[in-house]
Design a protein around this ligand. Structure first.
Ligand code: NAI
Length: 302
């Protein structure tokens, strides 16, 4: 089995001062990567800041004999994103790997969801990934190599009570990845998505204590490391990871129903009558990009 090695690779990791992010940073460093440990060091809801979070992980990496620099910028600002990437280029000369991991929670049921809590979560998860990835992508494109990992959540992929802001932001990252996988292909910039489940301050009050004990971030990290490696040539994968269980989730399209000859507009009643066939997921197809979907219209276009 080929060994995964990050010697000579430069990684940026957002939110690497705690939880899952800290674990990925340590594992990447153990295998030779030099790391920009970004963390704002705020509270679970994103308020406040503290340099100690990033500093502590940098010290841990150095104690292992690795190389890392701290960065305390807020991913949710354009200046922050630019400075995170600049930190990597100034310290180490390039960026090979970017893990968009920083995250906060502001859970509320939808009827209590106000704009402030909506925006705070969208800004860190979705806009934050945009702000950091945008300048990092330029550097990766110029070097002909890049591995990007986005962090989504089962809350977005499958739904979860009280997390409309978080679910929307997390699915936004899947949409963003669907485009980056296409735009990065010829530059060897691969973007994949992780949906982790692990014990951290974000899950402390939602997991039963016996679960919390077992769900160590270390079980998730191997999937992240593989997706960051030069061996991983896939792009656009959404990978669930928890406790040593790994699987792929995807948007699939059912066989559908053609209710027109391309000239006659179907009635809503015809849609109602065919709803079972329209919503069927028997023998689903996976489309790699939008134009492939147009192929399904072939019989009507003939
Ligand atoms: P965590 O709260 O332990 O770590 C998140 C880190 O991001 C914190 O150190 C925090 O200071 C940092 N951060 C927050 N806002 C930031 C900002 N604006 N700029 C820079 N850093 C910022 O949480 P955890 O669980 O390790 O989460 C990591 C990622 O995994 C998040 O994106 C989260 O949504 C996602 N996730 C976690 C799951 C879990 O089971 N723990 C489940 C699904 C997704």
């Amino acid at each position: 089995m080929a060994k995964i090695d990050f010697t000579g690779r430069i990684a940026i990791e957002t939110g690497a001062g705690a939880g899952l992010g800290r674990c990925y940073a340590l594992e990447l460093a153990k295998r030779g990567a030099k790391i920009v440990v970004n963390d704002l060091g705020g509270s679970r809801d994103g308020t406040g800041s503290d340099d100690a979070a990033a500093n502590k992980v940098v010290a841990e990496i150095k104690a292992l004999g690795g190389d890392a620099v701290p960065n305390y910028d807020n991913v949710a600002t354009r200046a922050g994103g630019e400075n995170i990437v600049k930190t990597a280029v100034d310290a180490f000369g390039k960026v090979d790997i970017l893990i968009n991991n920083a995250g906060i929670l502001r859970d509320k049921t939808f009827t209590k969801m106000d704009e402030e809590n909506w925006d705070a979560v969208m800004n860190v998860h979705l806009k934050g990934a945009f702000f950091v990835t945008r300048p990092a992508f330029d550097v990766m494109k110029a070097n002909g190599f890049g591995r990007i990992v986005m962090t989504t959540s089962g809350a977005g992929l499958f739904g979860n009570f009280g997390q409309s802001n978080y679910a929307a932001a997390k699915m936004g990252l899947v949409g963003l990845t669907n485009v980056l996988k296409i735009e990065g292909e010829k530059y060897n910039v691969r973007t994949n998505v992780l949906a982790p489940i692990a014990a951290s301050r974000l899950t402390q009050d939602v997991m039963p204590p016996e679960f919390f004990e077992k769900m160590k971030p270390d079980f998730v990290a191997p999937a992240v490391l593989y997706m960051c490696s030069e061996q991983c040539m896939d792009s656009g994968m959404v990978i669930n990871a928890a406790l040593g269980y790994f699987s792929r989730s995807a948007v699939l399209t059912g066989p559908g129903a053609i209710l027109s000859d391309g000239k006659k507009i179907p009635t809503p009643e015809e849609v109602m009558e065919s709803w079972g066939r329209i919503t069927s997921l028997d023998s689903p197809k996976f489309f790699k990009m939008l134009p492939e979907m147009f192929g399904e219209l072939g019989p009507v276009l003939k």
